[in-house]
Design a protein around this ligand. Structure first.
Ligand code: PEP
Ligand code: MN
Length: 336
Protein backbone atom coordinates (compact mmCIF):
# COMPACT_ATOMS: atom_id res chain seq x y z
CA UNK A 1 0.00 0.00 0.00
CA UNK A 2 1.00 3.57 -0.64
CA UNK A 3 0.05 6.40 1.70
CA UNK A 4 0.01 9.85 0.12
CA UNK A 5 0.56 12.46 2.82
CA UNK A 6 -1.16 15.81 2.70
CA UNK A 7 1.11 18.68 1.57
CA UNK A 8 0.38 20.30 4.95
CA UNK A 9 1.14 17.16 7.00
CA UNK A 10 3.52 17.76 9.89
CA UNK A 11 6.57 15.77 10.92
CA UNK A 12 4.56 14.56 13.90
CA UNK A 13 1.77 13.29 11.63
CA UNK A 14 4.38 11.36 9.69
CA UNK A 15 5.95 9.91 12.83
CA UNK A 16 2.52 8.65 14.00
CA UNK A 17 2.03 6.97 10.62
CA UNK A 18 5.46 5.39 10.84
CA UNK A 19 4.82 4.12 14.38
CA UNK A 20 1.50 2.54 13.39
CA UNK A 21 3.18 0.75 10.49
CA UNK A 22 6.24 -0.49 12.34
CA UNK A 23 4.17 -1.51 15.41
CA UNK A 24 2.11 -3.69 13.08
CA UNK A 25 5.31 -5.47 12.03
CA UNK A 26 5.30 -3.89 8.56
CA UNK A 27 8.10 -2.04 6.79
CA UNK A 28 7.95 1.71 6.32
CA UNK A 29 9.60 3.19 3.19
CA UNK A 30 9.70 6.94 2.71
CA UNK A 31 9.73 8.82 -0.59
CA UNK A 32 10.01 12.59 -0.27
CA UNK A 33 9.24 14.49 -3.46
CA UNK A 34 9.26 18.23 -4.07
CA UNK A 35 5.55 18.59 -3.32
CA UNK A 36 4.49 15.28 -1.80
CA UNK A 37 5.62 12.79 0.78
CA UNK A 38 4.68 9.23 -0.04
CA UNK A 39 4.96 6.28 2.31
CA UNK A 40 5.30 2.74 1.03
CA UNK A 41 3.99 0.02 3.34
CA UNK A 42 5.39 -3.41 2.72
CA UNK A 43 4.49 -6.67 4.42
CA UNK A 44 1.66 -9.07 5.12
CA UNK A 45 -1.39 -8.26 2.95
CA UNK A 46 -4.00 -8.96 5.63
CA UNK A 47 -2.22 -6.82 8.20
CA UNK A 48 -2.00 -3.98 5.65
CA UNK A 49 -5.72 -4.30 4.86
CA UNK A 50 -6.56 -3.81 8.56
CA UNK A 51 -4.47 -0.65 9.06
CA UNK A 52 -7.14 2.04 8.41
CA UNK A 53 -4.55 4.68 7.65
CA UNK A 54 -7.12 7.08 6.18
CA UNK A 55 -8.14 7.90 9.74
CA UNK A 56 -4.73 9.42 10.54
CA UNK A 57 -4.12 13.15 10.56
CA UNK A 58 -2.03 14.27 7.62
CA UNK A 59 -3.01 11.36 5.39
CA UNK A 60 -4.55 12.49 2.11
CA UNK A 61 -5.31 9.07 0.66
CA UNK A 62 -4.17 5.49 0.55
CA UNK A 63 -3.65 3.58 -2.67
CA UNK A 64 -3.48 -0.20 -3.02
CA UNK A 65 -0.80 -1.24 -5.46
CA UNK A 66 -1.95 -4.28 -7.33
CA UNK A 67 1.42 -4.99 -8.94
CA UNK A 68 3.84 -7.13 -6.93
CA UNK A 69 6.57 -4.52 -7.31
CA UNK A 70 5.86 -1.47 -5.20
CA UNK A 71 8.95 0.52 -4.24
CA UNK A 72 10.13 0.29 -7.86
CA UNK A 73 6.76 1.54 -9.11
CA UNK A 74 6.22 5.08 -10.32
CA UNK A 75 3.15 5.20 -8.06
CA UNK A 76 5.44 5.12 -5.02
CA UNK A 77 7.75 7.80 -6.42
CA UNK A 78 6.11 9.87 -9.20
CA UNK A 79 9.27 11.84 -10.08
CA UNK A 80 12.29 10.32 -11.83
CA UNK A 81 14.91 9.04 -9.42
CA UNK A 82 18.45 10.25 -9.96
CA UNK A 83 21.01 7.78 -8.66
CA UNK A 84 24.00 9.59 -7.21
CA UNK A 85 27.29 7.69 -7.45
CA UNK A 86 29.52 9.83 -5.25
CA UNK A 87 28.63 12.98 -7.17
CA UNK A 88 28.17 11.45 -10.62
CA UNK A 89 24.49 11.27 -11.46
CA UNK A 90 22.59 8.60 -13.37
CA UNK A 91 19.18 9.91 -14.46
CA UNK A 92 17.81 13.39 -14.82
CA UNK A 93 19.73 15.66 -17.18
CA UNK A 94 22.96 13.65 -17.12
CA UNK A 95 23.72 11.16 -19.87
CA UNK A 96 25.67 8.48 -18.01
CA UNK A 97 28.34 6.79 -20.11
CA UNK A 98 29.88 3.57 -18.82
CA UNK A 99 32.61 2.32 -21.12
CA UNK A 100 35.61 0.04 -21.09
CA UNK A 101 36.64 -3.48 -21.94
CA UNK A 102 34.49 -6.56 -21.45
CA UNK A 103 37.14 -8.02 -19.14
CA UNK A 104 40.11 -6.59 -17.30
CA UNK A 105 43.06 -8.28 -19.01
CA UNK A 106 46.12 -6.34 -17.89
CA UNK A 107 47.15 -3.02 -16.40
CA UNK A 108 48.23 -1.71 -19.82
CA UNK A 109 44.98 -2.71 -21.52
CA UNK A 110 42.86 -1.23 -18.76
CA UNK A 111 44.76 2.04 -18.49
CA UNK A 112 44.74 2.58 -22.24
CA UNK A 113 40.98 1.89 -22.36
CA UNK A 114 40.28 4.18 -19.40
CA UNK A 115 42.31 7.11 -20.70
CA UNK A 116 40.54 6.97 -24.03
CA UNK A 117 36.98 6.59 -22.72
CA UNK A 118 37.57 9.38 -20.22
CA UNK A 119 38.88 11.72 -22.91
CA UNK A 120 35.86 10.95 -25.10
CA UNK A 121 33.31 11.65 -22.36
CA UNK A 122 32.66 8.56 -20.20
CA UNK A 123 32.15 9.05 -16.46
CA UNK A 124 32.32 5.34 -15.58
CA UNK A 125 34.89 2.66 -16.33
CA UNK A 126 33.37 -0.77 -16.91
CA UNK A 127 35.34 -4.01 -16.82
CA UNK A 128 34.77 -7.52 -15.53
CA UNK A 129 37.11 -9.16 -13.05
CA UNK A 130 34.77 -12.14 -12.65
CA UNK A 131 33.42 -13.19 -16.03
CA UNK A 132 30.28 -15.34 -16.40
CA UNK A 133 31.46 -17.16 -19.54
CA UNK A 134 29.31 -19.61 -21.46
CA UNK A 135 32.21 -22.09 -21.60
CA UNK A 136 34.27 -23.03 -18.52
CA UNK A 137 37.35 -23.14 -20.80
CA UNK A 138 37.09 -19.45 -21.70
CA UNK A 139 38.92 -16.67 -19.81
CA UNK A 140 37.23 -16.32 -16.42
CA UNK A 141 38.74 -12.99 -15.36
CA UNK A 142 41.59 -11.83 -13.12
CA UNK A 143 39.49 -11.85 -9.90
CA UNK A 144 40.85 -9.66 -7.05
CA UNK A 145 43.93 -8.72 -9.06
CA UNK A 146 41.58 -7.30 -11.72
CA UNK A 147 39.59 -5.40 -9.09
CA UNK A 148 42.77 -3.78 -7.79
CA UNK A 149 43.61 -2.65 -11.32
CA UNK A 150 40.10 -1.23 -11.77
CA UNK A 151 40.39 0.81 -8.58
CA UNK A 152 43.85 2.07 -9.36
CA UNK A 153 42.97 3.02 -12.94
CA UNK A 154 39.60 4.47 -11.91
CA UNK A 155 41.33 6.74 -9.40
CA UNK A 156 44.07 7.69 -11.83
CA UNK A 157 41.63 8.69 -14.58
CA UNK A 158 38.86 9.97 -12.30
CA UNK A 159 36.29 7.44 -13.48
CA UNK A 160 33.77 5.59 -11.32
CA UNK A 161 34.21 1.82 -11.45
CA UNK A 162 31.38 -0.55 -12.46
CA UNK A 163 32.07 -4.25 -12.16
CA UNK A 164 30.08 -7.45 -11.96
CA UNK A 165 29.44 -9.47 -8.83
CA UNK A 166 28.73 -13.18 -9.37
CA UNK A 167 28.87 -14.54 -5.84
CA UNK A 168 27.27 -13.39 -2.57
CA UNK A 169 30.46 -14.26 -0.70
CA UNK A 170 32.49 -11.78 -2.74
CA UNK A 171 30.46 -8.70 -1.82
CA UNK A 172 32.81 -7.30 0.84
CA UNK A 173 35.84 -7.77 -1.36
CA UNK A 174 34.26 -6.23 -4.48
CA UNK A 175 32.76 -3.33 -2.51
CA UNK A 176 36.26 -2.35 -1.40
CA UNK A 177 37.24 -1.64 -5.02
CA UNK A 178 34.05 -0.79 -6.96
CA UNK A 179 31.71 2.21 -7.06
CA UNK A 180 28.77 0.35 -8.65
CA UNK A 181 27.93 -3.36 -8.37
CA UNK A 182 26.73 -4.89 -11.62
CA UNK A 183 24.25 -7.76 -11.58
CA UNK A 184 24.67 -9.50 -14.92
CA UNK A 185 21.94 -10.89 -17.13
CA UNK A 186 22.62 -14.45 -15.99
CA UNK A 187 22.01 -13.49 -12.36
CA UNK A 188 18.97 -11.24 -12.68
CA UNK A 189 16.89 -13.81 -10.81
CA UNK A 190 19.58 -14.94 -8.39
CA UNK A 191 17.45 -13.85 -5.47
CA UNK A 192 20.08 -14.39 -2.79
CA UNK A 193 22.47 -12.17 -4.75
CA UNK A 194 19.75 -9.53 -5.19
CA UNK A 195 19.02 -9.54 -1.46
CA UNK A 196 22.72 -9.35 -0.66
CA UNK A 197 23.33 -6.28 -2.84
CA UNK A 198 20.07 -4.88 -1.45
CA UNK A 199 21.58 -4.95 2.04
CA UNK A 200 24.74 -3.21 0.86
CA UNK A 201 25.18 0.53 0.56
CA UNK A 202 26.50 0.35 -3.01
CA UNK A 203 24.57 1.50 -6.10
CA UNK A 204 23.48 -1.44 -8.26
CA UNK A 205 23.35 -1.75 -12.05
CA UNK A 206 20.70 -4.40 -12.74
CA UNK A 207 20.95 -5.91 -16.19
CA UNK A 208 17.91 -7.48 -17.78
CA UNK A 209 17.87 -11.29 -17.72
CA UNK A 210 18.43 -13.10 -21.00
CA UNK A 211 14.75 -14.04 -21.26
CA UNK A 212 13.23 -11.90 -18.55
CA UNK A 213 9.92 -10.13 -18.97
CA UNK A 214 9.64 -6.49 -17.92
CA UNK A 215 7.62 -7.58 -14.92
CA UNK A 216 10.27 -10.10 -13.78
CA UNK A 217 12.91 -7.42 -14.17
CA UNK A 218 10.93 -4.91 -12.10
CA UNK A 219 10.46 -7.56 -9.42
CA UNK A 220 14.20 -8.23 -9.39
CA UNK A 221 14.72 -4.52 -8.66
CA UNK A 222 12.07 -4.77 -5.95
CA UNK A 223 14.17 -7.47 -4.24
CA UNK A 224 17.01 -4.96 -4.01
CA UNK A 225 14.90 -2.00 -2.91
CA UNK A 226 12.91 -4.00 -0.37
CA UNK A 227 16.18 -4.61 1.51
CA UNK A 228 16.67 -0.83 1.80
CA UNK A 229 18.96 -0.08 -1.15
CA UNK A 230 17.24 2.53 -3.34
CA UNK A 231 20.14 3.19 -5.70
CA UNK A 232 19.16 0.87 -8.55
CA UNK A 233 19.83 1.49 -12.25
CA UNK A 234 18.27 -0.71 -14.93
CA UNK A 235 20.30 -1.78 -17.96
CA UNK A 236 18.62 -3.18 -21.09
CA UNK A 237 21.13 -5.52 -22.79
CA UNK A 238 19.00 -7.47 -25.24
CA UNK A 239 16.91 -10.58 -24.86
CA UNK A 240 16.96 -14.02 -26.46
CA UNK A 241 14.64 -14.35 -29.44
CA UNK A 242 14.53 -16.58 -32.55
CA UNK A 243 16.88 -14.16 -34.34
CA UNK A 244 20.46 -15.37 -34.72
CA UNK A 245 22.03 -12.61 -36.83
CA UNK A 246 22.46 -10.57 -33.67
CA UNK A 247 23.72 -12.03 -30.38
CA UNK A 248 20.54 -10.78 -28.66
CA UNK A 249 17.56 -8.72 -29.71
CA UNK A 250 17.97 -5.26 -28.23
CA UNK A 251 14.55 -4.35 -26.86
CA UNK A 252 14.43 -0.57 -26.95
CA UNK A 253 10.73 -0.59 -26.16
CA UNK A 254 11.87 -1.66 -22.69
CA UNK A 255 13.15 1.88 -22.17
CA UNK A 256 9.67 3.29 -22.72
CA UNK A 257 8.09 0.56 -20.61
CA UNK A 258 10.45 1.10 -17.66
CA UNK A 259 9.99 4.87 -17.86
CA UNK A 260 6.23 4.40 -17.66
CA UNK A 261 6.19 1.82 -14.88
CA UNK A 262 9.13 2.89 -12.73
CA UNK A 263 10.89 5.99 -11.45
CA UNK A 264 14.33 4.36 -11.61
CA UNK A 265 16.86 5.33 -14.30
CA UNK A 266 17.58 3.00 -17.23
CA UNK A 267 20.63 2.78 -19.48
CA UNK A 268 21.17 0.62 -22.58
CA UNK A 269 24.02 -1.72 -23.51
CA UNK A 270 24.09 -1.95 -27.32
CA UNK A 271 27.30 -4.03 -27.21
CA UNK A 272 25.79 -7.15 -25.61
CA UNK A 273 22.46 -6.14 -27.15
CA UNK A 274 23.73 -6.76 -30.68
CA UNK A 275 27.04 -8.62 -30.36
CA UNK A 276 28.31 -6.71 -33.42
CA UNK A 277 30.47 -3.61 -33.16
CA UNK A 278 29.05 -2.08 -36.35
CA UNK A 279 25.57 -2.12 -34.86
CA UNK A 280 26.60 -0.39 -31.63
CA UNK A 281 26.61 3.03 -33.29
CA UNK A 282 23.01 3.10 -34.62
CA UNK A 283 21.63 1.34 -31.54
CA UNK A 284 23.40 3.75 -29.18
CA UNK A 285 21.81 6.65 -31.04
CA UNK A 286 18.39 4.99 -30.92
CA UNK A 287 18.68 4.22 -27.20
CA UNK A 288 19.26 7.85 -26.28
CA UNK A 289 16.49 8.95 -28.65
CA UNK A 290 14.16 6.47 -26.91
CA UNK A 291 14.81 8.22 -23.60
CA UNK A 292 17.56 6.12 -22.01
CA UNK A 293 19.58 7.81 -19.25
CA UNK A 294 22.86 6.56 -20.61
CA UNK A 295 24.82 3.80 -22.28
CA UNK A 296 27.14 0.96 -21.41
CA UNK A 297 29.56 0.33 -24.27
CA UNK A 298 32.45 -2.11 -24.61
CA UNK A 299 35.63 -0.41 -25.78
CA UNK A 300 38.97 -2.17 -26.24
CA UNK A 301 42.25 -0.68 -27.50
CA UNK A 302 42.73 -3.75 -29.72
CA UNK A 303 39.42 -5.62 -30.16
CA UNK A 304 41.06 -8.20 -32.46
CA UNK A 305 43.08 -9.60 -29.55
CA UNK A 306 40.48 -9.13 -26.78
CA UNK A 307 40.12 -12.10 -24.44
CA UNK A 308 36.34 -11.71 -24.52
CA UNK A 309 33.72 -10.03 -26.69
CA UNK A 310 36.14 -8.60 -29.25
CA UNK A 311 33.45 -8.83 -31.97
CA UNK A 312 31.27 -6.31 -30.21
CA UNK A 313 33.98 -4.02 -28.83
CA UNK A 314 34.65 -0.60 -30.31
CA UNK A 315 38.10 0.75 -30.99
CA UNK A 316 38.77 4.13 -29.36
CA UNK A 317 38.34 5.78 -32.78
CA UNK A 318 34.92 4.22 -33.30
CA UNK A 319 33.88 5.03 -29.74
CA UNK A 320 34.64 8.68 -30.47
CA UNK A 321 32.42 8.61 -33.58
CA UNK A 322 29.56 7.06 -31.61
CA UNK A 323 29.88 9.56 -28.78
CA UNK A 324 29.96 12.57 -31.09
CA UNK A 325 26.64 11.50 -32.59
CA UNK A 326 25.08 10.45 -29.32
CA UNK A 327 25.90 13.78 -27.67
CA UNK A 328 23.90 15.61 -30.35
CA UNK A 329 20.89 13.38 -29.76
CA UNK A 330 21.27 13.79 -26.00
CA UNK A 331 21.02 17.55 -26.45
CA UNK A 332 17.76 17.17 -28.35
CA UNK A 333 16.51 14.95 -25.52
CA UNK A 334 17.31 17.62 -22.93
CA UNK A 335 20.38 15.86 -21.58
CA UNK A 336 23.83 17.29 -21.16
C1 PEP B 1 28.99 -7.63 -19.01
O1 PEP B 1 28.47 -6.51 -19.08
O2 PEP B 1 30.17 -7.79 -18.76
C2 PEP B 1 28.15 -8.83 -19.21
C3 PEP B 1 28.61 -10.04 -18.96
O3 PEP B 1 26.92 -8.54 -19.68
P1 PEP B 1 25.55 -9.39 -19.59
O4 PEP B 1 25.40 -9.79 -18.15
O5 PEP B 1 24.55 -8.39 -20.05
O6 PEP B 1 25.70 -10.54 -20.52
MN1 MN C 1 31.15 -8.55 -22.57
Amino acid sequence: MIIVMNPTATQENLMRVEKKITDAGLTFHLSTGSSRTIVGVIGDKTTIAGLQMNAFDGVEKTVRITEKYKLVSREFHPNDTIVDVDGVKVGGKNMAIMAGPCAVESMEQLLESAKCVKAIGAQFLRGGAFKPRTSPYDFQGLAEQGLKMLREVGDKTNLKVVTEILDVNAIDMISQYADVLQIGARNMQNFELLKTVGRSKMPVLLKRGISATISEWLNAAEYIMSEGNYRVIFCERGIRTYETFTRNTLDLSAVAAIKELSHLPIIVDPSHGTGRWKMVRPMARAAIAAGADGLMIEVHPHPEIALSDGDQSLTPENFKIVMDEVKQIANVMGKE
